[in-house]
Structures are given as C-alpha cells and as structure tokens.
Write a protein that binds this ligand. Structure first.
Ligand code: 8YV
Length: 315
C-alpha cells in the first residue's frame, strides 16, 4: 500500500507550485491526463486528490483509474477540460480558482482593446526600428474612451471588464442568459443584436460544450467594419474560421485575442494579419495572481484531505 494521496497533473505547473503541493502532501507527478494510466496500480489505488493544471481533457476514463479519488482541484477558473458530469456521477468533487484572477483577466481585456485600437504594436515597432525619426508620425488611430462596448457573458470577469470600461465613459451593453441588475447598462437577449449595437465585442463566457461557437459568423458580421472582437475566455466560444474570414476580408476592423481554438499551435492565418493583437493565453499570468491561484488550489486539496468543506466547489 502506498502513502501517496496526491497526484499532481500538468506540465505547465511551475517548479515552485509543484514543490509547494508535494511538500504539503506525499505526491506523484504526471505531465498530463494521458500519462495517468502509466502509473503503478498500487500507487493509483492510494490517490485521493488530483491537483490539475492544463487544458487537456480529463474524463471518465482517467477518473476510473483511481478507485479512491474524491476531489479534482483545478488550477484555473475555467474547468471545461474536466468532465464534471462524469466526476459527479462518481461522487468526485471538482474545485476551481474563481475571483482571485478576475482583476488580471479584466485588465488584459482592456489592455487588448487599447493596444488594438491605438495600434500600440505598430507604434512600438515604429520606435524600435527607428522609423519615427525618418518617417515621422504613425497614422492616426481610434479612440477607446466613450466607445460602445458589448460584453458577452456578464459573470464575475465580465462585470470586472464592464466596471473598468464604465470608468472609461464607455456605453455598456451586454448579453447573458438572463438580464442582470446593472447600473444603466443595456441588456441584449442574443449576441447578434448585441454585436449590432456596439463597436467592441468583448467575450467573457465560460468555455465548454454549452458555449461552443456562441459568437457566430452572423454575430461577427453584425459588428460591421468598425467592429473589434476581444476574446479573453476560450477560443471555442467564437466561430474562429468566421473570425479569420472577417479579419482577412476587412469586414471587421480587428481583434485582440488571448485565447484560440488550438493552443499553443494557433491557426497560422492569424500570423499574417496586421489588424490583430495576439497574446499567449496569459490572462491570469501575473506573479501575484498565479500565487493566489496556487494557494487556493492547495487550500482545496487540504480541505478535502482533512475532511473539511471545500473552499471553492464546482459540483
Ligand atoms: C489557466 C485559465 O488556468 O483560469 C482559467 O480558466 O484559462 C487560466 O488561468 C492557466 O493558464 C493555467 O492553465
């Protein structure tokens, strides 16, 4: 019988995060869910908790490898990689790391809007390549303050984005499953009417099957030639082919993206565009926030192993 109760799964865990977990509890590490079956069966039989980080699917097949598994603690607010229904059916709890990352993700969304509209990437290249002195100013660009913005999904992160943009004197519109109590923001029951009403469409939906392709080709086209798509949620929430078609054809003005359908090997069509600002899924990636996420994940592992209530349960 092994005394290892914790499985740390995810090659994107930083060494200090792994160390913190394995100092707290005897642990074994695998790169991803695909490596779990390779663990020794005696070891698998003793695992009671998984600390997971990543976006590779973690489903019933993997859960069934661990007869004593009681909790999967996800490092991240989005748990679309984990089959929560399969976990619930096996009485396995799932936890995530909400709230602690909302500020960072909202900051990045606003940063992407400003970087795209004010052509900051071009501006940087103009200075760095010394063209400024030779060629003078870059072309005029586009004002963000006071513009009309549509938030797709007014959850915790969506609200943080809206609050920030309200301070930028933007006109706030939103779509969500139901109308929320908001300070004078305009509700749209569907994403097409939302897109018609605004210039910037900021996607802050949860991921997963439920929201796959939620921002449709029709919605992207409804944005029109001044429209900019900002996505800090999951690549799956947008019809990515339709987005690329619209960007290439100039049917919309541009995009600021932190997430893609195929990460990290994104569609090469993105790389040829000059109307986009692309980030490597770093929404929660500040030292402060990642530390808070790691602590919250460990707190959930600890609560479970001590038989205490979970801090941030999902199911
Ligand atoms: C990732 C995220 O968790 O919280 C989320 O849903 O997408 C990110 O914070 C992070 O990149 C680690 O995989």
């Amino acid at each position: 019988m092994s005394d290892t109760q914790l499985l740390i799964c995810g090659k994107s865990f930083k060494q200090d995060e792994r160390d913190r977990l394995s100092t707290a509890y005897p642990a074994v590490f695998v790169d991803g869910p695909g490596d779990m079956a390779g663990l020794d069966s005696t070891l698998r039989a003793s695992i009671r908790a998984v600390a997971y980080k990543g976006h590779a699917p973690f489903g019933a097949e993997q859960m069934d490898l661990f007869p004593q598994l009681g909790v999967i603690t996800n490092y991240g607010v989005g748990y679309d990689a984990i089959d929560v229904e399969a976990a619930s059916a096996r009485s396995i709890a799932v936890t995530n790391t909400p709230d602690v990352l909302s500020d960072d993700v909202a900051d990045l969304a606003v940063g992407l809007m400003i970087a795209q509209a004010r052509t900051m990437i071009r501006g940087h290249a103009h200075v760095a390549s010394q063209r400024w002195a030779k060629e003078g100013e870059i072309p005029l660009n586009r004002k963000v303050s006071g513009s009309s913005v549509g938030i797709v999904g007014l959850g915790r992160i969506g609200r943080e984005i809206a609050d920030r943009l309200a301070a930028f004197k933007c006109e706030i519109h939103y779509s969500s499953r139901s109308e929320k109590e908001t300070p004078g923001w305009t509700y749209h029951p569907d994403v097409v009417s939302l897109a018609q009403a605004v210039d910037f469409l900021v996607i802050a939906l949860v991921g997963g099957a439920e929201t796959k392709g939620h921002v449709t080709r029709e919605a992207i086209q409804a944005l029109g030639p001044r429209g900019v798509v900002i996505n800090i949620s999951r690549g799956t929430t947008v019809d990515e082919g339709a987005l690329l078609d619209a960007l290439e054809a100039g049917e919309i003005a541009g995009a600021g993206l932190d997430v893609y359908e195929n990460e990290p090997n994104i569609d090469p069509r993105f790389l040829k565009l000059d109307n986009v600002v692309l980030q490597p899924h770093q929404g929660s990636g500040s030292v402060e926030t990642r530390t808070a996420m790691a602590e919250l994940q460990l707190a959930n592992v600890a609560a479970f192993l001590k038989g205490e209530p979970l801090v941030t349960p999902v199911n």
